[in-house]
Design a protein around this ligand. Structure first.
Ligand SMILES: [Zn+2]
Length: 75
């Protein structure tokens, strides 16, 4: 069973989790990948953020639907 991780950052303005548009196969794979000056347009504050690898975190895709409830008003 293939599991994919969404690479997430936290919006510095709203502190909400934000999907960068990148995915990785495993934390080990992510550790080998290089991300430099990557930009993502943020749906929360309607601006663009640059992010570095050390501020990103991984979210297994199977829990992605669960995480989307984080910014919904009711569960
Ligand atoms: Zn933002």
């Amino acid at each position: 069973m293939v599991k994919v991780y969404n690479i997430m950052i936290r919006c510095p303005v709203t502190q909400k989790p934000l999907f960068t548009g990148f995915q990785t196969a495993s934390p080990e794979e992510f550790a080998r990948e290089i991300y430099k000056n990557v930009r993502v347009s943020c749906p929360h504050c309607k601006s663009e953020h640059r992010w570095r690898k050390d501020e990103a975190f991984l979210l297994p895709e199977e829990s992605a639907s669960e995480s989307s409830t984080l910014w919904r008003p009711n569960r």
